[in-house]
Design a protein around this ligand. Structure first.
Ligand code: NAD
Length: 478
């Protein structure tokens, strides 16, 4: 949207104190009052978002961008988009674009968001907001300093059902005092393969742009796209791919966003059985000390030995959470929740939408009103929820050889932690093996204060709060 003189001055003054030039100010505005959207990323999600945004009358899809020219061409044709870019930096500074949506690989999220806001564009950026905590904090600052609208793609926040659940839990006290919470992500993902020689980038993909800030290291998986989720160089593992949605629901409905980051975390896991080229755990568990309701996470992407669809035993929804209260439990998942009393009888049901269309609409409403307070998932909310994923990733990466006796250190009044661990053992037992035999790692109980780790292992853990950026893609610190 057009930048007013007052806002231009505010942005320029703020930028004056920073080690990079004042932001580029878009000269054009759409005389029809439409938000002209530029889409970064023409993969699975980019196409889904284009469908959502195209359905909003006040949106014009002005441009698309992908370093993969075949995906770019296909998407531009499908949505009849007039302008195409293979480098996001060119789209970001181009005229005729008011807002940018970034459905790119995780390692590009924050850089794209900050560059876009610096250029006077509003931003819709996919979850998990940040590949590392430092760059997520830069996005939060950029939204403030450049006075831009920044929505994070945690669309379940826009599902009207969440407000009903919050009322039920906190005003009606529908299950009494909350005791603890279990977060589940159990779904099989296949092996990504392991090549003998490095993967050649397909000729239609601009390698330099695709890598962006990530390290230029050989890739041994079979597929370039999508499976970048499972390499630390480009992804945040399953906890950032799907876990984020559930952790964000829990932060929202159970903790009412009062806990930005947990006080302590313990996590364990490993990538096992597949013997593929990916790095992130395919089995993982974590315990969070929130200062109030303890939260336990269980995750499996690994199939049981004889069933390629079965990720092992677990209690509750495959992708969702269980909130245990004194008077019963609420089992929530995308677009629905069921409440049971202590005898196991269903006493209430919530039906939701999943929030896709509402979340895109909410972003556009905030852009049109130029009012960040309207957003359901602003940069700070996105960064806080992402932190719960990144801390678990860091804990598993800095873990030690698993010693089961240490698991008891965190206490388990409701038996949920034990249940998660028992499920993991049962899954591995189908392969006649165990966590110890497979070299699982377990972190110490890591303490977190002001976004940094304290105590044992803090030095190694803090080193993972930020990455090294390739020269041409160095991050403009704000
Ligand atoms: N909110 C949701 O429910 C939801 C669902 C799916 C995916 N996502 C998120 O969306 C993002 C994309 O996921 P996907 O499944 O589409 O992955 P994908 O691998 O299918 O697509 C990513 C695309 O981004 C392109 N790309 C890479 N760097 C780029 C850049 N700098 N500029 C423009 N394009 C670039 C790639 O070439 C690729 O085509 C991920 O961060 C994922 O976590 C969110």
């Amino acid at each position: 949207m057009k930048i007013s003189r007052r806002r231009f001055l505010a942005v320029s003054l703020a930028a004056g104190a920073l080690p990079f030039p004042a932001p580029y100010i878009s000269a054009d505005t759409n005389s029809c009052g439409k938000v002209r959207l530029g889409m970064l990323g023409c993969g699975i999600r980019g196409n889904q978002l284009l469908k959502e945004f195209s359905a909003i009358p006040e949106v014009e899809i002005a441009a698309v961008c992908d370093p993969d020219s075949s995906r770019l061409d296909e998407t531009a044709e499908k949505f009849n988009v007039p302008r195409k870019f293979t480098d996001p930096r060119e789209l970001i500074v181009s005229d005729g674009v008011d807002a940018v949506a970034a459905a790119v690989c995780n390692h590009w999220h924050c850089l794209a968001a900050v560059l876009a806001m610096r250029s006077g564009k509003d931003v819709y950026v996919e979850k998990p907001l940040a590949h590392n905590q430092w760059e997520g904090a830069q996005v939060v600052k950029a939204a403030r300093v450049y006075d831009r609208i920044c929505q994070v793609g945690m669309q379940q926040r826009s599902d009207p059902m969440q407000a009903q659940i919050k009322r039920f839990l906190h005003e009606e006290k529908g299950i009494g005092e909350l005791l603890c919470c279990r977060v589940n992500r159990y779904d099989v993902r296949p092996s990504v393969g392991k090549r003998a020689t490095p993967l050649e980038f397909p000729p239609e993909v601009n390698k330099d742009v695709w890598l962006g800030p990530a390290a230029d290291v050989p890739i041994y998986r079979e597929k370039l796209q999508y499976d970048w989720h499972w390499d630390w160089n480009t992804g945040n593992g399953e906890v950032g791919a799907w876990g984020i949605h559930i952790l964000d629901d829990v932060r929202n409905v159970a903790l009412l966003d009062r806990v930005a980051l947990p006080k302590r975390v313990m996590a364990g896991g490993a990538r096992v059985i597949y013997n593929d080229a990916a790095e992130t755990p395919n089995v993982c568990f974590a315990w969070y000390d929130t200062g109030s309701v303890p939260i336990v996470l269980g995750l499996s992407n690994l199939q049981t030995k004889d069933d390629p669809t079965d990720p092992g035993p677990f209690t509750g929804p495959g992708s969702g959470y269980i909130l245990y209260g004194q008077g019963g439990r609420l089992e929530g998942r995308r677009a629905g929740a069921i409440v049971y009393d202590n005898e196991g009888k269903e006493i209430r049901r919530f039906k939701g939408t999943g929030g896709q269309a509402e979340h895109a609409r909410n972003f556009i409403d905030a852009v049109l009103a130029h009012d960040s307070s309207l957003l359901h998932a602003d940069a700070k909310t996105g960064n806080d929820s992402c932190g719960w994923c990144n801390l678990v990733d860091i804990a598993t990466r800095t873990g030690h050889e698993l010693d089961k006796s240490q698991m008891a250190e965190v206490g388990d009044p409701a038996g949920v932690w034990n249940d998660v661990i028992a499920g993991c053992e049962a899954l591995l037992a189908t392969y006649d093996t165990s966590m110890e035999q497979l070299g699982f790692k377990l972190s110490s109980v890591l303490e977190i204060e002001d976004g940094r780790f304290l105590g044992e292992d803090a030095e190694r853990a803090n080193a993972l709060l930020k990455r090294t950026y390739r020269d041409e893609f160095r991050f403009p610190e704000i």
